[in-house]
Design a protein around this ligand. Structure first.
Ligand code: NIG
Ligand code: FE
Length: 406
């Protein structure tokens, strides 16, 4: 057998749990066959072999391609005006209740064509790719009517087909009540539309990998979210949740009750909520960009999560309102500095654990035989450097399914 690619003269952070820190193998080699890793180990143990391509990495570090497991990458316009207002003292809730916030991105997203949404998403995707991302989750939720939600999800799928990264989509129909449903009786009608019409239609078109909601007093209640999750269950779709971001509304426990892939944000989750997540195996997705931009002062309960054995992922939450962050390494740095994750926890949160949060543990997130050959090659002397710099370009190259990502 001739391998497709042999990579050597490198150190590998496999991110396998339970062994050396970062699952590190110094002076390693990686063999790729048919888009997958077929062998990884010490170079001195490498069986003699032939390969079509041989890449010498001059002592660089290799990690799994990073996974950004929570983004709102597709949207129209931007909200820098609101950013200025918040800096002047207005709060996120106040702006949302006045009809700005998410709803102003909804107007811009509805007005944009698929091509325009695709082109603007690519500019942000570039920031993620140049910081090592090879898999990205993308949510809908700025359309909030049938055609605009389907449009967002189609754009996300197009990114997955044409932009050189793996994409997982989430239907986030319950993100905000759209303006045309704010009159008497409109709420119930919107729930009917989102749950009974848009989700089944998007699913039938193959546009949905998971179902998400924004469970918060300014958005949707536990009961309303449960109705959406019941429908997701009927359709055989996994769920995830924006939970307990601004207040303890029982979101973490709700996510646990439905066996969610993840509960995201969770700054205000209670110990009971965390215990329920542990019991149900729900991943906690930490979003330090939103915490920074909202100038939050209550961090997620990281010690409780550790004590209960809840796995923590880290993501950018790239969105126009609360997290205009288009750098995965910035998210790693912020998770360490603001939430006191160790660099090893943060990097696991952007690889092995992020894969769990997307239901992709058997495909990506570690450097191990049979997994996809999605790799990031870094100009660093130790893996912790990936969390240490803020803004320094560190990526030397990356591979998706064993091919160079240009
Ligand atoms: O993840 N929390 C809800 N959704 C986004 C914010 C979206 C927005 O403000 O546009 C978030 O933080
Ligand atoms: Fe979000």
């Amino acid at each position: 057998m001739i391998a497709d690619r042999l990579i050597f003269d490198c150190h590998v952070a496999t991110m396998e749990a339970g062994g050396a820190a970062y699952g590190a193998i110094e002076d390693a080699a990686i063999v790729i066959f048919d888009g997958r890793i077929s062998w990884v180990g010490r170079r001195s143990d490498l069986p003699s072999m032939e390969a079509h391509h041989i890449d010498r990495l001059d002592g660089r570090w290799v990690t799994p391609g990073l996974i950004d497991c929570h983004t709102h990458l597709v949207f129209g316009g931007d909200r820098s005006g609101e950013f200025e207002r918040r800096l002047g003292g207005a709060t996120y809730e106040q702006i949302a209740r006045e009809g700005g916030g998410i709803v102003s991105s909804v107007a811009a997203t509805r007005a944009a064509s698929e091509d325009e949404l695709y082109a603007s998403a690519l500019t942000r995707l570039e920031g993620l790719k140049t910081t090592g991302v090879t898999t990205v989750e993308i949510k809908s939720g700025y359309g909030l009517d049938r055609d605009s939600e389907l449009k967002m999800l189609r754009v996300a799928r197009r990114i997955g087909r044409e932009a050189g990264v793996r994409v997982r989509t989430s239907y986030l129909g319950l993100h905000a009540l759209p303006p045309e449903h704010r009159a008497e009786g409109g709420r119930e009608a919107y729930l009917d539309l989102a749950v009974d019409e848009i989700l089944p239609m998007a699913h039938a078109e193959g546009l949905v990998d998971a179902v998400d909601a924004y469970c918060e007093p300014i958005a949707f209640s536990v009961g309303e979210t449960a109705r959406l999750f019941d429908r997701a269950r009927d359709l055989g779709l996994p769920v995830k949740l924006h939970a307990d971001q601004l207040s303890d509304g029982g979101g973490a426990a709700l996510a646990a009750r439905y066996g969610a892939l993840s509960a995201d944000h969770i700054e205000y989750a209670s110990e009971a909520g965390v215990a329920a997540m542990a019991e149900a195996g729900v991943v906690a997705v930490l979003l330090p960009g939103a915490y920074l931009m909202l100038r939050e002062t209550t961090p997620p309960p990281v010690d409780l999560l550790r004590r209960h054995g809840v796995d923590m992922a880290v993501a950018t939450d790239c969105n126009p309102g609360t997290s205009p962050v288009a750098s995965m390494t910035a998210a790693l740095n912020l998770a360490c500095v603001q939430f006191r994750l160790t660099p090893e926890e943060a990097l696991a949160g952007a690889t092995r654990i992020a894969a769990r949060a997307l239901g992709l543990s058997d495909t990506v997130g570690r450097i191990a035989p049979c997994l996809a050959a999605d790799l990031a090659v870094w100009d660093v002397s130790r893996p912790a450097e990936l969390c240490y710099w803020l803004g320094k370009p560190l990526l030397a190259r990356q591979y998706v399914a064993g091919n160079h990502l240009g």
